[in-house]
Design a binder for this molecule. Structure first.
Ligand code: NDP
Ligand code: MG
Length: 381
């Protein structure tokens, strides 16, 4: 039995992780989980999986959960997230929480020697250097869950990383891929949330529409695979069948293909280096799809991707600012307080006003994250 703790159990990745655990209940056991606001769902999960340790975001929800599941220990806030991540006796942590709030629990779990299956890309963008240094120090594997990074990880299996020429990350183009930049003026939250290929949480769906998701993923790939930015390429691939590729020095290319189903990379991170059947999973039928399309990325159309790569190259706290400004701006867009195009503009302004710290400490990361969120919020309030 592999014991699993799960941050963000009520989210899109969290729910699909629970599907994987359910489908292989003879292999996996959920020993702790966290939620944000969704207390009703937390009670369901706790009852179904008999989980002894739960964290909720708000103190005011603790008693409700305790009343419903008296056998469980119920914690709250940042301490709760850290306890779920590092004090549950888990063999692996699935980090599927949203946002840079996932950073400190991840570091705590690494210090305890717990392998991390990481979906929470914001953690790697805001402080990738701290996460990777800790993983090295404590000899802890960081297993990618993001489909592109899982694809790269699978394509690299058994190869010598020194023989990589470049990483090629594919991008679906998001909900507005058929619109010009001019046509993005005035697009609604509802339109932005309508992703053509993947069903995901709202924040990442907006990130896909702005192409910031791909920007965060380029930084994530740089962090996970120690690859310089000029050897990470992004191509548009609207079918989301090739999840990413690696070109080696001899020009041979290894690609990983599959139907767009996040349960596959989630399960692979949990079973690596083995594989398990994907119960209800549909086999990929390329004859049914017929054609796969690829296009060059347009960095003027997708300005957020350009901002992300520039921040990645600048290094240090630049990616912390990029991430925090994006989180704050997407939140404002989802609350209908700013327009879609204002997201990029706010991130650009936040980056311009910031003096980069080259190798920031955890305290400097947290302070920069806070200051940036305030800076963005002050632009509207
Ligand atoms: P969701 O919005 O669906 O879920 C987010 C989860 O985090 C929920 O459980 C939510 O709790 C919890 N949460 C949010 N904010 C807080 C907070 N401040 N404190 C504690 N818990 C919080 O997100 P996704 O599942 O879509 O994404 C999760 C992560 O995985 C993101 O980093 C995303 O980029 C990444 N990812 C997602 C993919 C996808 O297909 N969805 C693909 C690849 C990566 P509650 O709902 O109870 O409030
Ligand atoms: Mg992805």
């Amino acid at each position: 039995m592999k014991k699993i703790s799960l941050l963000g159990a009520t989210g899109s990745i969290g729910q699909q992780t629970l599907d994987v655990i359910r489908a292989h209940s003879d292999q996996f056991q959920l020993v702790a989980f966290s939620v944000g606001q969704n207390v009703e769902q937390a009670i369901h999960i706790a009852s179904e999986f008999h989980v002894p340790l739960i964290s909720v975001a708000n103190e005011s929800d603790v008693q409700t959960v305790k009343n419903a599941v008296p056998a469980a220990q119920v914690l709250t806030g940042a301490e709760g997230l850290e306890a779920v991540a590092s004090e549950s006796g888990a063999d692996v942590l699935v980090n599927a929480v949203l946002g840079s709030v996932g950073l400190q629990p991840t570091l705590k779990a690494i210090e305890k020697g717990i392998p991390i299956a990481i979906a929470n890309k914001e953690t790697l963008v805001t402080a990738g250097h701290l996460v990777m240094a800790a993983a090295k120090k404590y000899n802890v594997p960081i297993l990618p869950v993001d489909s592109e990074h899982s694809a790269l990880f699978q394509a690299l299996n058994g190869e010598n990383p020194k023989q990589i020429k470049k990483l090629v990350i594919t991008a679906s183009g998001g909900s507005f891929r058929d619109k010009t930049r001019k046509e993005l003026e005035g697009v609604s939250v509802e339109d932005a949330l309508n992703h053509p290929n993947w069903s995901m949480g709202s924040k990442i769906t907006i990130d896909s529409a702005t192409m910031m998701n791909k920007g965060l993923e380029v930084i994530e790939a740089h962090v996970l695979f120690s690859m310089p930015y000029d050897r990470i390429e992004v191509v548009l691939h609207k079918e989301s069948i090739i999840h990413s590729m690696i070109e080696f020095v001899d020009t041979s290319v290894m690609a990983q293909l599959g139907t767009p189903d996040m349960r596959v990379p989630i399960q692979y991170a949990l079973t690596y280096p083995d594989r398990l059947p994907m119960g209800s999973g549909k086999s990929l039928d390329l004859t049914e799809i017929g054609k796969l399309h690829f296009e060059k990325m347009d960095y003027e159309r997708y300005k957020a991707l350009d901002l992300a790569i520039q921040a990645g190259k600048a290094g240090g706290t630049a990616t912390t600012v990029l991430n925090a400004a994006n989180e704050a701006a997407v939140d404002l867009f989802l609350k209908k307080q700013i327009s879609f195009l204002a997201i990029d503009e706010m991130i650009e302004k936040a980056l311009e006003q910031h003096s980069i710290i080259a190798t920031p400490s955890l305290e400097e990361i947290l302070a920069t994250d806070n200051e940036t969120r305030r800076f963005v919020q002050n632009m509207v309030h």
